[in-house]
Design a protein around this ligand. Structure first.
Ligand SMILES: C[S@@+](CC[C@H](N)C(=O)[O-])C[C@H]1O[C@@H](n2cnc3c(N)ncnc32)[C@H](O)[C@@H]1O
Length: 191
């Protein structure tokens, strides 16, 4: 996802997500990444979180963080850790790309997105079963165009697959909302 208007995107996402976060909640943003929804941070693997049991009221895993885990065992391990650090009755808020649609359509690129100044982003997606390698191209115009490419890999995991794994991890009251956020959003409760 690219954010041609960074401040507006931050404000919109914060406002949409805050609907689901009770006032005064202790929140773990897992993973904060480039910081779209972020607060102070530390580096850790979501399959092995460096926090005590029941430390948080809310765990947030927004903007496609979970699908960096490429197997059902790894996703289950991540979800189990998120549940472990949540207090009983605490809330998981998770968003992913719309992989139900994406798995049907198997796009191989995203349209170019133009940012402030003369900056252009687009992605190429190289499919391998239900996983794909994403190449992100960022073009910046200086004296001539410069290109920066970053790569990452995702599992295009569907809502049903995440729901099943979240149930196995011990979450209850799982519900997906498709239109309240820029991605499908799942809310789950610990217990
Ligand atoms: C798509 S970004 C989203 C981040 C953030 N929520 C946002 O909206 O900007 C996903 C992040 O997950 C991180 N990540 C990938 N694998 C991880 C793992 N095993 N444990 C923790 N974080 C991981 C990546 O480094 C990346 O920063």
């Amino acid at each position: 996802m690219e954010f041609p208007d960074w401040d507006a995107s931050m404000a919109r996402q914060a406002s949409q997500l805050s609907e689901f976060v009770p006032a005064g909640a202790r929140v773990l943003d897992c993973a904060c990444g480039i910081g779209t929804q972020a607060l102070p941070s530390l580096a850790a693997d979501m399959r092995s979180l460096p926090f005590a049991d029941a430390s948080f009221d809310v765990v947030l895993a927004a903007d496609n963080a979970l699908p960096h885990l490429l197997t059902s065992d790894d996703v289950l391990a991540g979800l189990r850790e998120m549940r472990r650090v949540l207090r009983p009755g605490g809330r998981l808020i998770l968003s992913t790309r719309d992989y139900d649609t994406i798995r049907r359509e198997r796009p191989v690129s995203t349209p170019p997105s133009v940012g402030p100044g003369r900056t252009v982003w687009f992605q190429l997606w190289h499919w391998d079963g239900d996983q794909y390698e994403q190449e992100m191209f960022q073009l910046n115009e200086a004296e001539s165009w410069r290109v920066v490419v970053s790569k990452t890999r995702y599992w295009a995991v569907t809502c049903d697959e995440i729901t099943e794994l979240a149930e196995r991890a011990g979450f209850g009251y799982l519900e997906w909302s498709l239109h309240v956020y820029c991605q499908p959003l799942m809310i789950g409760t610990n217990g």
